[in-house]
Ligand binder design. Structure first.
Ligand SMILES: [Zn+2]
Length: 235
């Protein structure tokens, strides 16, 4: 069964973003939808790694394209909220590959409270803790950036200077935004964690629900978001 149509955009030589503008109903603003972005990274051996899964229907829609890039090898998830992990069932069925997530997120998946998947989905059993060897094989570095969730992680493709930021932050066309308030565990911590942007100084950044699938990162963007958030709190 084909899923919803999903766009594929190449960010750099090895990094692709799957973008679905109709991805998700935005609970913060009823009646609107927010996009869902997730990623594929290809290494020099043409092994393909999926980062975040999308919902099942989105996952279905990228299976064929992913195979055209090379050999599907593993899945990594930035955190365990349902739109980032549910599609793993599709990938496991198609390719029987391992899936990795921060161990704190596995614990949260076991508890199964929204916006995590429910216990009945059995997601905790489908993921294992992040594996350094496998990350290295993908050309990725994982950074622990708690706040949006307890074990929230971003993945950095160092060689091509691309940051896959998941829900650490969000973005519109040209500014960074805090992640969706409603689904964020500790917003102050999330904003603090995002200072990693000015440490890594990525060339490109792609977020899980950005209005554009990726953007150039410029110095000052984090600072502007930080002060914008501080001002909104003092209202
Ligand atoms: Zn989330």
């Amino acid at each position: 069964m084909a899923g919803k149509f999903t766009d594929v955009i190449q960010i750099s030589e090895s990094v692709y973003v799957f973008s679905n503008p109709e991805g998700d109903v935005n609970m913060d603003v009823p009646g609107t939808v927010v996009p869902i972005n997730f990623w594929a990274v290809v290494n020099e051996k043409k092994e393909v790694f999926i980062i975040d899964t999308g919902f099942d229907n989105l996952a279905e829609s990228i299976v064929g394209y992913t195979e055209s890039l090379g050999t599907p090898t593993a899945v990594f998830a930035t955190h365990g909220h349902l739109d980032h992990v549910l599609g793993v069932k599709v990938y496991k069925k198609a390719w029987d590959i391992p899936a990795y997530i921060d161990s704190r997120e596995i614990e949260a998946l076991k508890e199964g409270h929204s916006p995590y998947t429910s216990k009945e989905e059995g997601m905790a059993d489908l993921y294992e803790p992040l594996d350094e060897e496998m990350l290295k094989r993908a050309g990725l570095k994982a950074y622990f950036v708690p706040g949006h969730s307890v074990g929230n992680t971003v993945f950095y493709h160092e060689k091509e200077n691309v940051l896959l930021a998941g829900d650490m932050i969000s973005n519109s066309e040209d500014i960074l935004l805090p992640p969706a308030q409603r689904y964020t565990l500790n917003m102050d911590e999330a904003i603090d964690s995002a200072k990693i942007l000015d440490v890594l100084k990525p060339k490109y950044i792609s977020t899980g629900h950005g209005r554009v699938p990726f953007m150039e990162y410029k110095e000052g963007m984090y600072r502007d978001m930080y002060w914008g958030f501080a001002a909104s709190k003092n209202k």
